[in-house]
Design a protein around this ligand. Structure first.
Ligand SMILES: Cc1cc2nc3c(=O)[nH]c(=O)nc-3n(C[C@H](O)[C@H](O)[C@H](O)COP(=O)(O)OP(=O)(O)OC[C@H]3O[C@@H](n4cnc5c(N)ncnc54)[C@H](O)[C@@H]3O)c2cc1C
Length: 467
């Protein structure tokens, strides 16, 4: 028995470990590339001979200001690339982590650009004997393209401020997203002053050529991967709604038809961003996981009505045209590193878990699944998961009920009372990849217990339904 199963486990585990190392190396490469781009931005100034300016107070202040501008702009371009949905980035770290890094760079980039504006105004003012206000007026009226640069900075401040969590929550997602798109304009309107003012990016210099290439790469990636590829895919696959199937109160499956949907190459656990072209829905797109693996001609998603946007999807008419961005995501078999598979899905978090199980090739007993809901209405697609588990010889546990009031646990009151733990459900948790999908605060508690049970972070894969 042991001899029959161990070599299989070992070979698969080795392959997974190798893939995991490859992904980790690719992730490191991304970090190195980002920092290298910052270092090159600084070296543009040094190569131009900027160090020679560091002999007077005004030269030092202006020099630091120019370096700040180069770093800030470079970081903004890195942010654009991170948000461009490059397949390499999605496969390596996942779009959610890329967006988390994108967000974390927003404030530092803005601070560098603010420092750029303030320090250059002070530096030039010291040199010309003008106070900051007089220098600002002089820059505005005498330096070409400066008003556009101020406009760019103003737009960027607006984008960053509206992205602060507390401010963002006040806006509908779509309104916030529209404001956020202004960041493209903010970056572009600042370009003319970068090329016309100062000498670092002088006409004919390699520094100028490099800078332009950076912009072309960042905006090219956005134009191609965020706009062109989805438009081509949408046209190629011709997706339409074929029917709505109620699953539970407030939850429906949307069945879709299309051409060559197998060529989308969806991996189990992935999602796409869907837009339904009907009167009340065309203006909002939603990230929704596939709830069944697409065939050549059909696909299915299952949607829980959460807010205004998803509320309308349950009433969408058959025949409605659908556009698609994706598939995206690393909540897939390709992310695995360990011999066993543990899956915990709560509520509508079942969707990626179901397709992960549907597509995975599993040894008998390799997977253990825990389905969690607060009440009987939340048994979305459970029967389908039972059928997949029977196919693969996986164990399935179910846990219904609210969490005990005031207690910090992801278990139901009843399970917590019986002394259930993550180890009692998943005895091999330390040798497992743990895939979790459910509300974030709940998922955080699962992660806490899993870590305490000896699993490492790289074995934990979470699909966040919140952006
Ligand atoms: C990777 C991923 C997979 C998902 N899979 C499913 C699924 O299979 N089934 C399901 O029912 N739900 C899924 N969701 C959640 C679903 O996207 C949201 O519930 C839905 O977009 C909410 O929109 P709304 O207009 O109804 O609610 P709103 O009240 O407008 O928004 C509620 C929350 O959803 C966020 N949100 C709204 N629109 C978007 C958007 N376009 N992009 C990112 N976040 C947005 C808002 O920021 C807010 O946090 C998934 C989310 C993600 C990120």
């Amino acid at each position: 028995m042991t001899q029959l199963t161990t070599p299989g486990i070992t070979a698969a585990t080795r392959t997974r470990a190798r893939n995991g190392r490859r992904r980790a190396n690719a992730g490191d490469l991304l970090v190195v590339l980002s920092w290298t781009s910052v270092a090159v931005a600084i070296s543009l100034y040094l190569a131009y001979g900027g160090a020679a300016d560091f002999t007077s107070l005004s030269g030092i202040v202006s020099g630091i200001g120019i370096i700040g501008g180069l770093i800030g702009t470079d970081l903004i371009l890195v942010m654009l690339v991170l948000a461009a949905r490059l397949p390499f980035i999605d496969r390596t770290v996942g779009q959610d982590r890329a967006i988390a890094v994108h967000r974390s760079l927003g404030k530092p980039a803005l601070y560098f650009l603010l420092a750029h504006g303030v320090l250059l105004t002070l530096g030039y003012g010291i040199s010309a004997g003008l106070d900051p206000v007089a220098e600002t007026i002089s820059l505005f009226s005498t330096v070409a393209d400066m008003p556009l640069a101020y406009l760019g900075l103003g737009l960027l401040i607006m984008v960053v401020v509206t992205s602060l969590v507390a401010v963002r929550r006040r806006f509908a997602y779509e309104a916030w997203h529209l404001i956020h798109l202004l960041s493209y304009a903010a970056v572009l309107v600042a370009v003319p002053h970068q090329l016309s003012a100062g000498g670092v990016l002088a006409d004919g210099s390699w520094q100028r050529a490099y800078w332009i290439v950076l912009f072309v790469v960042a905006f090219g990636a956005i134009a191609w991967f965020r706009f062109a590829v989805p438009a081509i895919r949408t046209a190629r696959h011709g997706l339409r709604v074929t029917g709505i199937e109620p699953v539970a109160p407030g939850v429906s499956s949307i069945h879709l038809s299309g051409r060559d949907l197998d060529r989308l190459q969806v991996a189990g656990g992935q999602y796409a961003i869907w837009r339904f072209w009907s009167r009340g829905t065309w203006w909002h797109a939603h990230p929704i996981s596939f709830s069944a693996m697409p065939t050549g001609t059909s696909a299915r998603i299952t949607v829980r009505e959460l807010g205004r946007g998803t509320g309308r999807l349950g009433r969408i008419r058959a025949g409605t045209f659908v556009s698609i961005e994706g598939p995206y995501g690393v909540f897939t078999d390709a992310a695995r590193t360990s011999p066993y598979l543990a899956v915990i899905a709560a509520g509508i978090g079942i969707t990626p878990a179901r397709t992960l199980l549907e597509q995975s090739t599993l040894r008998h007993g390799e997977a253990t699944v825990l389905l969690r809901g607060t009440d009987n209405d939340q048994r979305y697609l459970w029967n389908e998961v039972f059928a997949l588990a029977a196919r693969d010889g996986s164990s399935v546990y179910t846990m219904l009920g609210h969490r005990p009031r005031g207690a910090s646990t992801w278990l139901s009151q009843e399970a917590a009372g019986r002394g259930v733990t993550i180890e009692s459900v998943f005895p091999r948790i330390a040798e497992s990849d743990l895939f979790i999908c459910g509300p974030q605060p709940w998922a955080d508690l699962v992660i806490r217990d899993a870590l305490a049970a000896g699993i490492s972070r790289r074995q934990i894969h979470v699909e966040k339904f919140e952006s």
